[in-house]
Design a binder for this molecule. Structure first.
Ligand SMILES: [Zn+2]
Length: 258
């Protein structure tokens, strides 16, 4: 089943918080359709995968290359939601996804701010509540999480973004295969964003992302887990920005069992 409703990236954390029975600072409401799907099967583990620069138009334009995502959406109990973005930049967008707060509220603009912020994300709050969490992301982004959550996998930034995403995939699958007590995993794939900034062939980036998602979805499925897949902001594509002006981008949010 596929379903469309206009929401924003701020709705994700409150929905997860409601499912896990914890409370957040955010006053944004949880999404009932998602909660219904979650409660129906009570997943052992939830994996939130942010695909950098995957906006709604990119998701549609590269449907052939992103066939794994489109197939996941077609499955029973799957939801496809269109979410408004809250920032054009990765760090504040991800902070909003993980806290349910607007950038003006969490004030996290750079990776340095992440370290200074006193606002706990859903990762720390869940872990404190006895529901172990794991994060797989770029080394600078992991620093404030070290010692605060159960598992932190840091991947150093590098020129070879294909290798970088392969490491993110491998660590994510490794947690699913070996750390069975973990209830929530956050991971961040970056190839599409890097290819967009460099003006490289986006079909290649989409295919790489598709294959990484195929492997991750398989591992989530083997654990009877649930996948949340979303973008963080609109793709930074010159041709598009010039032709379309500055209308705020929307990103897909896919919620599915895999
Ligand atoms: Zn980004």
């Amino acid at each position: 089943m596929s379903f469309m409703q206009s929401l924003s990236l701020l709705n994700i954390a409150p929905t997860l918080a409601e499912f896990f029975g914890i409370s957040l600072t955010s006053r944004v409401h949880p999404v009932e359709q998602i909660l219904n799907v979650m409660h129906a099967r009570n997943p052992q583990v939830v994996v939130l995968l942010v695909i950098d620069s995957l906006d709604y138009q990119f998701y549609s334009d590269f449907a052939d290359e992103l066939e794994v995502l489109h197939e996941l959406v077609k499955r029973d109990d799957s939801l496809l939601l269109e979410c408004e973005t809250v920032s054009n930049h990765t760090t504040p967008a991800i902070a909003s996804i993980l806290t349910g707060l607007r950038p003006e509220s969490h004030k996290i603009r750079t990776s340095e701010d992440v370290g200074k912020s006193k606002i706990n994300s859903i990762l720390e709050i869940l872990d404190d509540a006895g529901k172990p969490t794991a994060a797989v992301l770029e080394t600078n982004g992991t620093k404030p999480l070290l010692g605060r959550i159960s598992y932190v996998f840091a991947v150093d930034d590098r020129e070879d973004i294909v290798e970088y995403d392969a490491l993110i995939k491998t660590h994510t699958i490794s947690i699913l295969n070996h750390q069975h007590e973990v209830r929530f995993v956050f991971s961040h794939l970056r190839a599409i964003d890097r290819f967009a900034h460099r003006g490289w062939d986006l079909r290649v980036a989409a295919k790489i992302t598709n294959e990484n998602m195929r492997a991750i979805a398989k591992a989530v499925g083997e654990r009877n887990g649930m996948l949340f897949i979303c973008g963080d902001h609109g793709a930074h594509l010159k041709e598009r920005e010039e032709s379309q002006g500055k209308a705020p981008a929307t990103v897909p949010l896919i919620v599915c069992y895999s």
